[in-house]
Design a protein around this ligand. Structure first.
Ligand code: KG4
Ligand code: ZN
Length: 375
């Protein structure tokens, strides 16, 4: 089956086309990062993200279809009834509407069986663009829709290896670390989740971004802090800074990163050594991640440890979690670096497994606070 994936939950607009049968084949994969645009706000500005998604979706869809050899020109004018319905569905996305009509009237319906779209969690105005777009496409092309949880996408893209996803080995413990989330979630049986621990305040990526901002670095700051930390590590000069390891001794598997941010702020006086602060910050968060993940392993007895989300691109965190998995004799899955950030391939993967469970739906809403587990 061919699946179109759509992702607009944050500041990446992404469209993919995959074939799913025995394994997965990626036919088309396109994305546009708005990070540079949001950079001057020091974070993602939701209404700007919404507008940009509206402008980017059609060019990316066109590019994805071309990559999949499915972009076949044909004049197919919409009926008045179709036009009215599309105008209704995209009434809150003016940037998208005119591009949509121009595109759809000039292309043949592609060989796609289902449209998977992120409907949460994320920034609601941004999520709605993708959801409304999916509804308009589904309506015109008569293709079924599958609402997808973005975090499930991250988990599945971590499990994806050599064109396949192994669904046979549960429980799977996932450490999800992104700009909006920090949580330990166990998949007890395939696609059934339970929350084990989560951040009580900032997400890990958010903490990286805020610390970067305090040091005068651009958004997103995670990769920049990580680079400084690596430089300091290579110098092996020792480190005069000492930052707290928040909640490391607490019994539970919850996290807290906002105090750490405040502790960093205290060290910043214009004469600070940015590389060494970055290293100490990264060491502090990594120690906390390792301790809490170890606790969660003892609690859930998983067969597999998965790490997902944008922060899983971090070299030091990847290395240390791999060591932990080895010590615990767990299979370890972490996405290839190109799939750590937000993308639409992961949304198509999740869409496929949800389609297998019959979770087609053409009447759903965007939900910024959507979770993987019941609340
Ligand atoms: O999953 P993601 O792409 O978007 C969300 O769904 O949030 O994660 C983005 C986050 C940002 O906070 C970014 O700074 C962080 O991931 N990040 C990193 C690294 N690469 C991206 N943090 C630490 N080290 C990195 N190498
Ligand atoms: Zn994400």
């Amino acid at each position: 089956m061919n699946i179109l994936g759509i992702e607009t939950s944050c500041d990446d607009t992404a469209i993919s086309i995959i074939t799913a049968d025995e394994g997965f084949t990626i036919l088309g994969n396109t994305a546009f990062s708005q990070a540079a645009l949001h950079s001057k706000y020091g974070g993602v500005f939701p209404n700007l993200a919404k507008r940009e998604h509206g402008k980017n979706l059609i060019p990316l869809l066109r590019a994805s279809l071309s990559e999949a050899s499915m972009n076949i020109a044909n004049k197919i004018p919409l009926t008045n009834e179709q036009k009215e319905r599309v105008e209704e569905l995209l009434s809150r996305e003016p940037e998208l509407l005119s591009l949509f009509i121009e595109f759809i009237e000039n292309v043949e319906k592609p060989d796609i069986d289902a449209i998977a779209v992120t409907h949460g969690p994320g920034l609601e105005p941004a999520l709605w663009v993708g959801v409304n777009f999916a509804k308009a496409l589904g309506y015109i092309w008569d293709i079924q829709l599958i609402p997808v949880n973005h975090m499930e996408g991250h988990i599945l893209s971590s499990l994806y290896q050599n064109g396949k996803i192994d669904s046979s080995k549960t429980p799977i413990l996932s450490l999800l670390i992104s700009g909006g989330h920090t949580e330990l979630v166990v998949m007890e049986t395939w696609l059934n989740y339970k929350l084990i621990g989560k951040t009580l305040d900032d997400a890990l990526g958010e903490a990286y971004d805020k610390v970067a901002r305090m040091m005068g670095l651009a958004y997103p700051g995670g990769p920049l802090i990580s680079k400084l930390a690596e430089q300091s590590r290579e110098k092996k000069e020792g480190n005069p800074y000492s930052l707290p390891r928040p909640m490391i001794h607490h019994e539970n598997c919850d996290f807290s990163f906002s105090g750490l941010k405040t502790a960093v702020l205290r060290e910043i006086d214009g004469t600070e050594d940015k590389e060494k602060i970055a290293e100490e910050f990264e060491n502090a968060v990594t120690e906390v991640l390792l301790t809490k993940t170890k606790k969660a392993i003892d609690l859930t007895n998983p067969k597999i440890l998965v790490v997902g989300g944008g922060v899983s691109a971090n070299t030091h965190i990847r290395k240390e979690l791999q060591k932990l998995a080895n010590e615990e004799r767990l299979e370890f899955y972490i996405p290839e670096v190109s799939l750590t950030g937000d993308n639409a391939i992961m949304i198509a993967f999740a869409g496929y497994y949800r389609a297998l469970q019959g979770e087609y739906n053409d009447d759903f809403i965007a939900n910024g606070n959507l979770t993987l587990y019941g609340t």
